[in-house]
Design a protein around this ligand. Structure first.
Ligand code: NAD
Length: 462
């Protein structure tokens, strides 16, 4: 008898691909369903443990992440090629997220209302769904699992997390830390790929996905068909708008960081730079210079800003995207053992070019002219995505017009397109997001559903 080969889950160091961190057999769909069943059995106990127990468990996770910060940052550097400074910032953010949600179990979960007629009480109350199935990408291996799991656990769900295969070691380490603080089966990491992801969507009581748009849409469709609440945070094709009155040096610095930081592998990276009127010439020069000055190389080096791409295929498709276009900065592929691409700015990109339609997910952006603000807004809104836009101007009135006209979920004035505050709602429009927002109080709503109770007096009124 022959048995079908079990696919491997493999993760390797993108800066030194011979360095393999994880190679394990994929657990498969049955193991996923089993993990969900165990999480379901543990959920009532976790809820009934009470607000103080859940709060103190989340606080303990925050403290443990803080204590292990150096080791965790080094692991993110090694497994997903995140430059050390950003990796440290991500671990600090993950700890802050757990600390923030550690207060959530004590938040009011409802309200008391007057009956429309007669005596009694009407109560509303939010309750957890059961098992939260979380599917995450590789690019924020600690922060994204944390900003999903912490609110889900705070309000009394249990969690099964399926991380991206490329970030398996980070997820397993996160599991060790969280599992020290919570009872068995309350938080499970199930490694895997599409098979395990699909199985999780088929079994969980609420689904939160972050990743690419095609996969997110499939996940949202499958969860919706089961009648299960779902949110999907997906890709971006984000623009930076630069007005003639902007501080051009400041704008160039922010935009260069948003193009090149972590090799452009963020959903909030800038990939279109729209210069209005006379901003074009000075911005063209300042941004080209800023991109040429970006330190590229070993992500373990504290000064590196642009490390490797996650895969060879990811690097190849970035290089393919800029091929044949006039290059203002970058445009080469540094030698490596790793998969590097230089931060690159191109111009004269024809409408319909892939760079202006699809998320390339690398350190490359197109510089485009616009006649005026209205034209710049039309260009910004012309793509299928709507995650974030940065607007660079000294004039608060112009900034306010931008707020009204842009169709992206987040607008950042005189700031890089990248970078989010963990306590505010996060998400976009169009192909960038599906369903309710993540983070902040919005997440507490998403991981619960409402109940309405009527409490009438027992016996006959005298
Ligand atoms: P991906 O879509 O390839 O994978 C995301 C996750 O989905 C992984 O865990 C993967 O194993 C799983 N998966 C794959 N196929 C599946 C299926 N059929 N059913 C269920 N799960 C499945 O994305 P990625 O390459 O890991 O991450 C990069 C993408 O993530 C980019 O598009 C980026 O913009 C996006 N992203 C978005 C945000 C945001 O908040 N909007 C944040 C970070 C990354």
């Amino acid at each position: 008898m022959t048995t079908a080969a079990v696919p491997d889950i493999t993760s390797r160091n993108p800066a030194a691909p011979a360095d393999v961190l994880v190679r394990i057999p994929a657990p498969g769909a049955f193991a996923t369903a089993d993990a969900v069943e165990r999480a379901r059995a543990a959920q009532p106990g976790w809820l009934l443990a009470g607000a103080a127990a859940r709060s103190s468990a989340l606080g303990a996770v925050a403290a443990a992440l803080h204590d292990a910060a150096d080791e965790l940052a080094a692991l993110a550097v090694r497994e997903v090629g995140k430059p050390l400074a950003e990796a440290r910032a991500e671990v600090a953010r993950a700890a802050a997220i757990w600390r923030y949600y550690a207060q959530a179990p004590f938040e009011p979960t409802g309200a008391v209302h007057e009956p429309a007629a007669g005596p009694g009480l009407l109560l509303t109350r939010r309750r957890p769904h059961g098992v939260a199935g979380l599917i995450t990408p590789w690019n924020f291996p600690f922060a994204i699992p944390s900003w999903k799991a912490a609110p889900a656990l705070a309000v009394g769900n249990t969690v099964v997390l399926k991380p991206a295969p490329e970030a398996t070691a980070c997820a397993q380490r996160l599991a060790e830390i969280v599992q020290q603080a919570v009872p068995a089966a309350v938080f499970t990491v199930l490694p895997g790929g599409a098979t395990e992801g699909n199985a999780l969507v088929s079994a969980a009581d609420v689904v939160s996905f972050t990743g690419s748009t095609p996969v997110g849409r499939a996940v949202a469709g499958a969860a919706t068909a089961r009648g299960v609440p779902v949110q999907a945070e997906m890709g971006g094709l984000n623009a930076a708008l630069v007005l003639p009155d902007a501080d051009i040096e400041q704008a160039a610095g922010h935009i260069a960081a948003s193009i090149a930081g972590y090799a452009g592998q963020k959903c909030t990276a800038t990939s279109r730079v729209i210069a209005v009127g006379t901003a074009l010439a000075p911005l063209r020069e300042a941004l080209s210079e800023a991109l040429r000055a970006v330190p590229v190389g070993d992500p373990a080096d504290a000064v590196t800003v642009c490390g490797p791409l996650i895969h060879e295929g990811a690097r190849d498709q970035v290089v393919d995207a800029w091929k044949g276009l006039p290059t203002l900065a970058g445009g080469t592929m540094p030698e490596g053992p790793g998969w590097f691409a230089e931060p690159t700015l191109v111009e004269k990109v024809s409408p319909g070019h892939r760079l202006l339609r699809e998320e390339v997910f690398g350190p490359v952006a197109a510089l485009m002219p616009a006649d005026d603000l209205a034209h710049a807004v039309r260009i910004t809104n012309s793509v299928p995505y709507g995650l974030v836009t940065s607007v660079h101007t000294a004039d608060v009135n112009t900034a306010l017009q931008g707020l009204d006209l842009l169709d992206t979920g987040m607008i950042r004035i005189n700031a890089p397109s990248t970078g989010v505050d963990f306590h505010l709602p996060f998400g976009g429009s169009k192909a960038s997001s599906h369903g309710p927002r993540e983070q902040g109080r919005a997440a507490l709503e998403f991981y619960t559903s409402g109940r309405t109770y009527t409490v009438a007096p027992a016996g006959r009124a005298t």
